[in-house]
Design a protein around this ligand. Structure first.
Ligand SMILES: [Zn+2]
Length: 256
């Protein structure tokens, strides 16, 4: 059967007989792997359409869960991602996150549209790549159905004010001062964060603003790292996904 779908190229690798396997995030079928005879050396739009970060229309031959790429038509190459190291790193982190959260043959159209938005915005960005990446992570939680509770205490429903709460990954949001006292909080619990800044307010801001707003918002490195730690703990708990790569643990990049 011949099918058509839009897709983002997540990665490609060589397989036997001069063929390539392209991992695609398709709008209609979720994540799929598709074989092709087309190769990088070939010039023109069809070859560019197979590069990582490209957004393209594909014509696929589908038989069961086997896919072959019959043709491709480039919509956006997002070539500028490769022109700057920080932009490339943030975009690569986003792609590897997608690979982990998108299920094979299960469409996720909202996350697909969010991914297109991310690629558009990061392609234009000259700075603040990590801020844009954070907004992508946080907004994806909505569509994955695991957005933390941001307005009130998860336990008693009381409105949370100021910094008088803890952020509990396990509880799925903020716990007010009263409920924190009832629950025994073990020191060093990696699922508990005491706010040194307004964690909930910040996540709420990221969740409810369009991504292009973050083109102009630069956050302190320290702040970005803390938010990343919290999110890593959060998606690790709910999705068993790790968003921190070695770069974040390495002191050499700590100073920016
Ligand atoms: Zn409470």
């Amino acid at each position: 059967m011949i099918v058509q779908t839009e897709a983002i190229v997540l990665k490609q690798h060589k397989i036997a007989n001069n063929r390539r396997m392209i991992v695609l995030f398709t709008k209609k079928y979720g994540k799929i792997s598709a074989g092709t005879n087309m190769n990088e050396g070939r010039r023109g739009k069809s070859a560019l359409a197979l590069r990582p970060f490209a957004y393209s229309d594909f014509e696929l031959y589908k038989k069961g869960s086997y896919y072959n790429i019959n043709g491709s038509d480039l919509k956006k190459s997002h070539y500028s991602i490769g022109e700057k190291l920080d932009r490339f790193m943030a975009s690569s982190d986003m792609i590897s996150y997608l690979e982990k959260i998108i299920q094979e043959e299960q469409p996720s159209p909202k996350i697909f549209d969010l991914s297109i938005e991310f690629l558009e915005v990061i392609s234009k960005a000259n700075d603040n790549f990590d801020t844009i990446l954070l907004s992508f992570y946080i907004q994806s939680l909505k569509y994955l159905g695991i957005m933390p509770e941001l307005k009130k205490c998860v336990n008693c429903g009381e409105k949370i004010d100021g910094l008088d709460y803890i952020f509990s990954v396990e509880a799925g949001g903020g716990l007010c001062n009263k409920c924190t006292n009832i629950k025994t909080i073990e020191a060093g619990d990696r699922l508990i964060f005491r706010p040194t800044f307004d964690i909930i307010g910040t996540i709420d801001y990221f969740a409810n603003n369009r991504m292009n707003k973050f083109l102009k918002i630069s956050l302190k490195r320290q702040f970005i790292l803390q938010l990343k730690q919290i999110l890593n703990s959060y998606v690790g708990y709910y999705l068993d996904v790790d968003i921190l790569n070695e770069e974040w643990g390495s002191p050499k990049l700590g100073g920016k």
